[in-house]
Design a protein around this ligand. Structure first.
Ligand code: PLP
Length: 414
């Protein structure tokens, strides 16, 4: 049985403990939602002021060159690359995850239409994050070429669902609801065995679990910078293309930033040979600049250390909740096996929404996801073992005393 004293001891021996200092977390908050919106690095405000006052205010349009604005999407991509098993010049940061999925899937289907024109199926998971499925639906309806979406109810069905008709597989490595982690190398190999291309959504993996895109021989990847990467609300997302597909990477959002010589103002789109062909138009510089600050929070650690603490935190939370709340009908939907778990933990409860609201009123911020899911994100850079203890204890107290209102009115969360 783990005690509060044990948790204090874990904090004292935690090699990552000092990293919390980098974040502007309110003293009365236990933040277990960094998987949805990463906490603010303290350095972000100063950097934003610098961009606004110096780079924009004083240097004006010269900053496209003098402050490196033009290169920012690729420079940030190079900084991100080691966190996702990519090399420099393989990834850019631009647009949103939804838009980057559109580009990657359009490019994958275009490539398949040349090589295997009979392939018309796109496979994904029914429980994938809705925007991913909506984008797939949007592309298939708009192309009008007979593409169909084939959804599996569990990843165990993939070995049957991925057959010779499949052009592309679109999967999220860590499920946003259950926290289930997929085996990227094995699933990629399965897709390739049927000549299908695979697009990985790393929204809940980048900065949360070690990722090896090149090692897994993945084809394309996309993902968020505002979750575990701490880039700020609505921060632009990333897109990675395997070097072997880059020359064939063509997507319909062929804006001038993807042109081989954007300032030649020529007629006729010629994609630049580099990964910058994934760019479309002018970038949101203030938001992009803050991603550098978010990525810098990983500077003094590595994903092996982050993963080790993440598993310890999630193991501990599962143990404490099961130890404290065993009579309250909570159902763990996150896999117990380390190899299948991301960095958040989810429990089902009929009053999940009201319980989460009661926790938030006490300053313990997790979140609710349909249907009946309480979701708790553990971000090793700033979550302490005492946070885990206090959150599990508050949950016990709320459940023991029924101190949640059954009919809390719902508001919309994004
Ligand atoms: C958070 C998340 C997104 C968000 O996409 P946006 O375009 O940034 O709104 C997309 N896919 C997955 C799997 C996510 O978890």
């Amino acid at each position: 049985m783990t005690t509060a004293y044990d948790c204090l001891q874990h904090d004292q021996h935690d090699p990552l403990a000092s990293l919390r200092e980098q974040f502007a977390l309110p003293a009365d908050v236990i933040y277990l939602d960094g998987n949805s919106l990463g906490a603010q690095p303290k350095a972000a405000a100063k950097r934003a002021m610098q961009v606004i006052e110096q780079e924009w205010g004083t240097d004006l349009i010269r900053s496209w060159n003098s402050a490196g604005w033009f290169d920012l999407p690729s420079r940030l991509g190079d900084l991100l690359a080691p966190l996702i098993g990519a090399n420099p010049a393989e990834v850019v940061i631009t647009d949103s995850t939804s838009i980057n999925l559109f580009k990657a899937l359009a490019a994958a289907l275009q490539l398949q239409a040349q090589q295997h024109p009979q392939k018309k199926v796109i496979v994904s998971e029914r429980s994938n994050f809705p925007t991913d499925l909506y984008i797939i639906e949007g592309i298939t309806q708009w192309l009008q070429r007979g593409y169909e979406l084939r959804l599996v109810d569990s990843v165990s069905e993939l070995s049957i669902a991925v057959d010779q008709d499949v052009a592309a597989v679109v999967l999220t490595q860590v499920n946003y609801r259950s926290g289930e982690l997929l085996d990227m190398a094995a699933t990629t190999a399965l897709a390739h065995a049927h000549d299908a291309l695979i697009i990985w959504d790393l929204s809940h993996s980048a900065g949360a679990v070690p990722v090896d895109l090149n090692g897994a021989r993945a084809d394309y990847a996309i993902g968020c910078c505002y979750k575990y990467l701490n880039g700020g609300p609505g921060a632009p997302a990333f897109i990675w293309v395997a070097p072997r597909h880059l020359a064939d990477f063509q997507h319909p959002l062929s804006g001038w930033w993807g042109h081989t010589s954007p300032f030649a103002m020529q007629s006729g789109f010629i994609p630049t040979p580099s990964i910058r062909r994934a760019l479309c138009g002018t970038q949101p510089i203030i938001s992009l600049a803050l991603i550098e600050i978010g990525l810098a929070t990983f500077k003094s650690t590595d994903m092996t250390a982050v993963r080790k603490k993440s598993l310890h935190l999630t193991d501990l939370f599962i143990e404490l909740v099961e130890q404290n709340c065993s009579t309250h009908g909570l159902e763990l939907i996150t896999p117990r096996a380390h190899a299948k778990r991301g960095s958040h933990v989810s429990f089902l409860h009929p009053h999940a929404y009201s319980i989460i609201q009661a926790l938030i009123r006490r300053g313990i911020i997790g979140d609710y996801r349909e249907p009946s899911v309480m979701r708790f994100g553990f971000t090793p850079l700033y979550t302490s073992y005492m946070d885990v203890w206090n959150a599990a204890d508050a949950l016990r107290d709320i459940l023991d005393n029924n101190s949640y209102e059954i009919n809390t009115p719902r508001y919309t969360v994004t």
